[in-house]
Ligand binder design. Sequence first.
Ligand SMILES: Nc1ncnc2c1ncn2[C@@H]1O[C@H](COP(=O)(O)OP(=O)(O)OP(=O)(O)O)[C@@H](O)[C@H]1O
Ligand SMILES: [Mg+2]
Length: 298
Amino acid sequence: MNPTDRTLEPSVKEAPAHAAPTTAPSARWREERVTKDAPTPVLECVDVDVRYGGFVAVRDVSLPFGHNEITALIGPSGCGKSTILRSLNRMNDLVDGARVDGKVQYWGQDIYGPGVDPIEVRRRIGMVFQKPNPFPKSIYDNVAYGPRVTGMDVDSMDDLVEQTLRRAALWDEVKDKLKQSAYGLSGGQQQRLCIARTIAVEPDVILMDEPCSALDPIATLRIEELMVELRDRYTIVIVTHNMQQAARIADRTAFFTADVDETSGDRTGVLVEFDLTSKIFENPSDSRTEDYITGRFG
Ligand SMILES: Nc1ncnc2c1ncn2[C@@H]1O[C@H](COP(=O)(O)OP(=O)(O)OP(=O)(O)O)[C@@H](O)[C@H]1O
Ligand SMILES: [Mg+2]
């Protein structure tokens, strides 16, 4: 499997020139590395609505996710952040009654288009969940699992496991107990192992839904540092309720809220504002964003 091939099925089309792997710049903080110009999108929502049965959970979301950037999705509970995140790698396919309208484009290709394999979509666009969920297997086998089941052409699985654990900033802590159960690790270590498991299959994009909410502040900072390291190689989309976290690590931030229908009382998530993180936190354009980030609402 060629990690630089970004088509979702064999021979659909060549990956665009700008999809070539970047040479990794050293980890820098957001203001230095991103400009206000629209990002080069790896993934892009175009007029996306998501329904659960007859209920419209989010509507009209158009949002680009920039190459080698961290994008944070923030907003009050129930505004559809997880729903949108799951639409980005067809995880909603697994949710009963969920329906996605509009387009989600991966390097310009609609991931919901005919002939696209959702398994391949989820290999390219991996996901890390709120609660660390390692498999009931050894540390080694957790990392090797994805490469094995996807039939990756691997010269040495030992090397791949080591390299992946190093990339996930976990190697030094686990190198002497690779054959022990992943359940013996701390919560923060388990979450880094889940990140390792995700990156072992060489994805392009990592989606993270509140990945630190079950962790203490030290483990949280460790994961944040790791995300900043990983963005040189991957595109990251993170849902977080932690405003400081978004401000610390995200290059751009999207603020969502829920519109309430006066008649039915239904709450539908909408994207209010998407911009550089510094702009969202220091000088938002919409008063709803300001009310939320200053704690007046939500
Ligand atoms: N599987 C489901 N079936 C039906 N409705 C759902 C389902 N999942 C989410 N919803 C509804 O969709 C809306 C958006 O939910 P979602 O979980 O995306 O919000 P969220 O912004 O991630 O919230 P939180 O911050 O609490 O995690 C909510 O009204 C929720 O009740
Ligand atoms: Mg959620």
